[in-house]
Design a protein around this ligand. Structure first.
Ligand SMILES: C[S@@+](CC[C@H](N)C(=O)[O-])C[C@H]1O[C@@H](n2cnc3c(N)ncnc32)[C@H](O)[C@@H]1O
Length: 173
């Protein structure tokens, strides 16, 4: 077989692996759609004044854009993601921030770091309740309240502390 054929087969195998990873995650939770940079910035200034005291957890951290904004505000950033390709991509993106970490995990069961102050979530309507239940449990376990910033979805039965466009701020625990 010549080298070009082998390279072609390797490229196709990689391509279909990445497509399959993205398709599989759709069945587990929200598909990958990145948050808008301007709106993240508003969330971390207008909704919740993020600073050095904070550790932001992005549940389903995608390409790392939310974590990058958190780091630029001096906060620590922790992403939990199920898509291995996006984990690799976001680690590359965040390589210069020593306080940024992205781990493979399931957002419905993953343990949050003890210093967590803010949880950012851009899920979908079918999973927002289960995610909030989990964050409430984690806030009790770590022993202090946690702010939740939800992009696009309001939490049913809870009144937001503040809202800005499609971002809603809540406090649990
Ligand atoms: C709508 S995207 C949001 C990405 C990022 N948080 C942002 O706002 O730019 C949702 C992300 O959650 C991830 N995801 C979906 N279900 C998950 C699960 N059960 N555990 C971990 N990550 C999950 C997807 O792979 C996707 O990257």
């Amino acid at each position: 077989m010549n080298v070009l054929v082998i390279l072609g087969i390797a490229f196709l195998a990689l391509f279909w692996t990445v497509i399959l990873i993205f398709l599989c995650t759709v069945f587990i939770g929200a598909p990958f759609v990145p948050s808008n940079s301007t709106e993240i910035e508003h969330s971390f200034t207008t909704l919740y004044k993020l600073g050095k005291k904070d550790l932001v957890v992005d549940l389903g951290s995608g390409n790392g854009v939310v974590l990058e904004h958190a780091c630029k505000h001096g906060a620590k950033a922790y992403g939990i993601e199920i898509n291995s390709f996006l984990i690799w991509f976001s680690r590359l993106r965040l390589r210069k921030y020593k306080d940024a970490k992205v781990v493979f995990g399931n957002i419905y069961t993953a343990k949050l770091p003890k210093e967590t102050t803010v949880v950012y979530v851009f899920g979908d309507s079918r999973d927002i309740k289960a995610i909030v239940r989990h964050v409430e449990k984690e806030a009790k376990r770590i022993g202090h309240p946690i702010h939740i910033i939800s992009n696009a979805f309001q939490i049913p039965g809870m009144e937001p502390v503040k809202a800005y466009r499609a971002h809603f701020l809540y406090k649990v625990g």
